[in-house]
Design a protein around this ligand. Structure first.
Ligand code: FAD
Length: 434
């Protein structure tokens, strides 16, 4: 049942070698949970070490991917934890339903979306993924346990990075959808102030912004603001999938190449803006069509820095962007968004504020830059996202996650041998009872 494998998170920076099991039935998950308790992992779309257990065991849930039942009256879907969100979208959108929250990749599984309490482009309206989970099943050494909202174990599990044991299945409150397409309005935004103004005043259901992290001076913070609504209409052909065939050489994402690319990408949108109709998947999961795009960063991999800072910390955001653009280290992938207050777990990332995410090829200077950005986010009363983090310190965690110690006590009571720990938990000493 156990096979030794070398594996990584999406950023391919941290690596693990350990034994993986791939149970196909809930009964097999019960057996493993009883005989060899260890963390469960999904599709390893977390960028860093949250889905790694070096020299230990982990349960890969990719074969536990069945949809178990759907109540058309209530819109509640009962689904195994290894099911990918893209599969749920593909099956249910033509039938008039969507998962209420979708992160930027459809490869994420239900278990992974719960484990990181993921957020989507509608976070400012509907909150986080876990707020739409109406129940879940944990597989513990002494048997299965149904957990419902209101139970402290539920709040420890949502965003709990797998530390309360393997989730076998969950019930999700889906939302009715107006139609099978997305109407997307795209506009150029000339600078950071105009950008934040748009986020503060938009009434659109879905919003997201690409930001040119290489722009400086008066152009600092320029980008493309997208507002989306589902709608009825003919589904346009989806973009064809492409594959990155090999690890790219280092110069592929050098400063001048990225600056050139970003300037052209920005100008792609006409001055007056435009509205386009897209298949839902192209809007929600824009990068999924480029399989293995993480190979563009070469063998050494890459990092994503993602933080959220309070609404009042606009200046910190500006300072961060100034540092990033001056460094010449950013890749084209950079996203800005406003978050609402919604969160469902003790360790959930979302909190009201602006969230900035920037990818950097893994280099020593990038690591230094990210450490500075993390310190700035901490000082501003913000936090970094543990699905992405590679360089925060244990000391920063208590400032960022005020419920961490209570959460750790709850996990340690349930799992005194620390069998569910992953590399991320050990790196940041997240289960220390300080
Ligand atoms: C292109 C891209 C875009 C993204 N966009 C967003 C975004 O917009 N918003 C956002 O919030 N995130 C985003 N992410 C991050 C991603 O959604 C999360 O990291 C998510 O957790 C990945 O799901 P996964 O199934 O790959 O889980 P993994 O990465 O494998 O695991 C994540 C965590 O969940 C735990 N876990 C997984 N399955 C189970 C289970 N069955 N039982 C118990 N614990 C489990 C693991 O132990 C681990 O701690 C993005 C990632 C990529 C690559």
């Amino acid at each position: 049942m156990w096979k030794t494998a070398e594996y990584t998170g999406w950023g391919r920076f941290y690596r693990a070698k350990g034994e993986l099991a791939r149970p196909e039935r809930a009964s097999a998950l019960d057996r493993i949970a009883g005989e060899a308790p260890c963390p469960a992992i999904g599709q390893r779309r977390s960028y860093s070490d949250g889905c790694l257990n070096t020299r230990g065991r982990a349960i890969a849930t990719d074969r536990l991917d069945r949809m178990l039942g759907f109540d058309e009256e209530t819109g509640v879907l009962d689904v195994e934890a290894g099911c990918r969100l893209s599969e749920i979208l593909r099956f249910f959108a033509p039938r008039g339903w969507l998962p209420t929250v979708l992160p930027g990749t459809g490869f994420a599984t239900v278990g992974g979306a719960i484990g990181m309490d993921v957020h989507g482009k509608n976070h400012h309206h509907v909150g986080s993924f876990g707020q739409h989970v109406t129940g879940l099943t944990l597989h513990h050494p002494d048997g299965r346990r149904e957990v419902l909202p209101g139970d402290p174990l539920f709040a420890a599990t949502i965003g709990g990075m797998g530390q309360t044991g393997p989730i076998g299945s969950a019930r999700l409150q889906m939302q009715p959808v107006k139609g099978p397409v997305m109407m997307v309005t795209e506009r150029r935004v000339p600078d950071l102030d105009s950008y934040l103004e748009l986020f503060d005043t938009t009434e659109a259901t879905y919003t997201v912004g690409w930001i040119d992290a290489t722009a400086t001076g008066g152009n600092l913070g320029r980008g493309i603001f997208e507002e989306g609504e589902t709608g009825a209409g003919l589904v346009p052909p989806a973009k064809r999938g492409k594959r990155i065939p090999m690890d790219a050489p280092n110069f592929a994402l050098s400063g001048p190449v990225v600056r050139g690319f970003n300037a052209a990408y920005y100008r792609r949108i006409p001055d007056r803006g435009r509205t386009v109709v897209k298949p839902l998947e192209d809007f929600f999961f824009p990068l999924d069509k480029i399989f293995d795009w993480n190979r563009l960063y070469g063998k050494r991999g890459f990092h994503q820095f993602q933080c959220v800072v309070p609404l009042a910390a606009r200046d910190v955001l500006r300072e961060m962007l100034t540092k990033v653009s001056a460094s010449g280290l950013a890749s084209p992938l950079a996203v800005l968004k406003r978050m609402g207050p919604g969160r469902a777990g003790m360790m959930s990332f979302p909190t009201e504020g602006y969230t900035l995410a920037v990818d950097f090829p893994a280099r020593d200077q990038a690591a230094e830059m990210i450490r500075r950005l993390i310190a700035m986010a901490t000082e501003a009363g913000g936090r970094v996202y543990l699905a992405k983090d590679a360089f925060a310190t244990a000391a920063q965690m208590d400032a960022m996650y005020p419920e961490r110690a209570d959460w750790a006590a709850l996990c340690n009571g349930l799992d005194p041998d620390h069998a569910y720990e992953t590399d991320l938990i050990r790196r940041l000493d997240l289960r220390a009872e300080r």
